[in-house]
Design a protein around this ligand. Structure first.
Ligand SMILES: Cc1cc2nc3c(=O)[nH]c(=O)nc-3n(C[C@H](O)[C@H](O)[C@H](O)COP(=O)(O)O)c2cc1C
Length: 475
């Protein structure tokens, strides 16, 4: 196979009964996003809106709002949970696989430049009533380059449609594209930028992952798929872009120029509180797209949407990998629940090997670059409790955790400007809590956990159907 694209993923979903085509006419103005949001809350399939009012271009949404679809995107077993998928992500990304240059590709089938650039050509959704406008960049990968080296970065940053040739973009301070922007500001030059909308969702999974500065997400896409991405040179910008992308916007971002952007119904389930804010924008100079392009989008808003599933999966993976790099032993599983917006809470299961081991784990989590950014609650549990089994985690919190003995409050840490639990003017710094819900390792006399007798369970497995139950007993 030369490369994989969004169309391959749609086929895969359809074969697995995970795609619903909606042929009824649906309005891009609120109706589309509301159908998608309620479908996601009901754990429905991915949706392809084929008849968007006033447009021929379909909109694909809710690609990864179930664990099964995350697994399908990553070619992993569909009965795995997020923690297992993340574990395999860590294994696969030990080696990187760089992209392959090709001369041309389907993304060049149509090229609009100059006066032909018209972003209203695409059925860009308006998501929530209080949003400041239509958002073209949600399931988007934004490509930029460091002017001093060959570091190419792909990051997901929201993009609002401002006029037919301009999109606003919110790149939070310190993000990789912001580091690039700062250098272009020093050089007093515009930053070349390309926004990829619609391609193999593994690129999106990587572009919304917090890899360290200097890392090229394209190499991780290759590693995760065991297939290099095929890239072509952009039409206006000298950047590598996926040859099989559906739609690519190319242009300049002037590092010091701003235009009003927002508000946008964020993944926390709230507006950020600042309303309309002057932010950077992209002066779009070229749009390239396939014949019959598909606009890929995501709802964002309150959990659980595919944004939360994605963040849960890729942050669990990066955190796990970083704990491993730190040499922390005994880690059984790691989980950042989607309901915690895929970022604010971490659960780690550990097989304790020495006194203070669980506390070592809790403190290590908030010292990793994933844990140090916005995580507010870390829960450490023993190895008999899988980190992603919330019933068992609550049981451990109820029966092993002593608030006075087992809580550590850290007063200052890096926050996200989107955390609504902090006052709008003071969102830079967050506090954190580490909750140690393990049985202290050093206790001579430990509470005795009630276990089922293995030999009886083995007998039950054989007699399962005889008892009148369906299927097999897996225990
Ligand atoms: C759907 C979605 C939308 C996002 N929107 C933004 C955004 O508008 N601005 C931002 O800075 N980060 C946003 N993020 C988080 C970044 O994608 C994430 O921090 C990523 O690591 C950024 O790439 P970088 O590490 O290369 O800077 C979003 C993530 C998702 C999944």
């Amino acid at each position: 196979m030369a490369d994989r694209d969004l169309r391959d993923f749609l086929t895969k979903l359809e074969d697995a009964g995970q795609l619903k085509r909606i042929t009824a006419e649906v309005d891009w103005n609120l109706e589309l996003s509301h159908v998608a949001k309620i479908n996601e809350e009901r754990k429905g399939p991915a949706l392809l809106f084929e008849n968007v009012k006033g447009y021929d271009t379909p909109v694909f949404i809710s690609a990864l709002s179930s664990t099964e679809r995350l697994a399908l995107a990553l070619d992993m077993p569909t009965n795995w949970g997020i923690s297992q998928l993340a574990r395999e992500w860590v294994n696969r990304t030990r080696e990187q696989l760089p992209p392959k240059w090709v001369d041309t590709g389907p993304c060049k089938e149509n090229i609009d430049t100059g006066d032909d650039v018209d972003l209203y050509k695409f059925p860009v959704p308006w998501f929530y009533g209080q949003d400041g406008g239509r958002y073209i960049g949600t399931f988007v990968s934004v490509i930029t380059k460091d002017p001093d080296s060959d570091w190419i970065n792909a990051g997901t940053y929201r993009m609002q449609l401002l006029d037919k040739k301009t999109t606003g973009i919110m790149i939070i301070k310190g993000k990789d594209a912001d580091l690039h922007r700062q250098r272009y500001a020093e050089l007093k030059e515009p930053m070349p930028i390309a926004a990829v909308i619609g391609y193999d969702p593994v690129l999106f999974l990587c572009s919304s992952t917090l890899f360290s500065p200097g890392q090229n997400e394209y190499n991780y896409v290759g590693a995760l798929r065991n297939l290099p991405m095929e890239v072509v040179k952009g039409e206006y910008v000298d950047l590598p872009v996926p040859a099989h992308a559906e739609i690519i916007l190319e242009g300049d971002l002037w590092p010091e120029k701003l235009r009003d952007e927002g508000p946008f119904g964020e993944y926390t389930g709230y507006y950020s509180g600042k309303g309309v804010v002057p932010r950077h924008y992209i002066d779009v100079k070229a749009v390239t797209y396939r014949h019959n392009p598909i606009l890929h989008s995501t709802t964002v808003g309150r959990p659980i949407t595919d944004t939360h599933m994605i963040q849960s999966m890729n942050r669990t993976a990066t955190l796990w990998g970083q704990l491993e790099t730190m040499g922390i032993r005994g880690i059984q599983s790691v989980y950042i629940p989607p309901a915690s917006c895929g970022r604010f809470m971490v659960i780690v299961s550990v097989k304790q090997m020495y006194p203070g081991h669980s506390s070592h784990v809790g403190n290590a989590v908030i010292s990793t670059s994933t844990g140090a950014y916005g995580v507010k609650v870390v829960i450490v549990v023993d190895d008999d409790i899988p980190a992603d089994d919330m019933d068992r985690v609550f049981w451990a919190l109820s029966t092993r955790y002593q608030p006075r003995r087992d809580s550590e409050i850290i007063k200052r840490g890096r926050s996200t400007p989107l955390d609504p639990s902090l006052p709008i003017e003071a969102r830079e710094i967050t506090s954190r809590i580490i909750m140690d819900a393990t049985i202290p390792y050093e206790w001579k006399e430990k509470p005795e956990v009630i276990e089922l007798s293995t030999d009886v369970v083995e007998t039950m497995k054989k007699r399962w159907k005889e008892y009148g139950f369906e299927g097999e007993l897996i225990y």
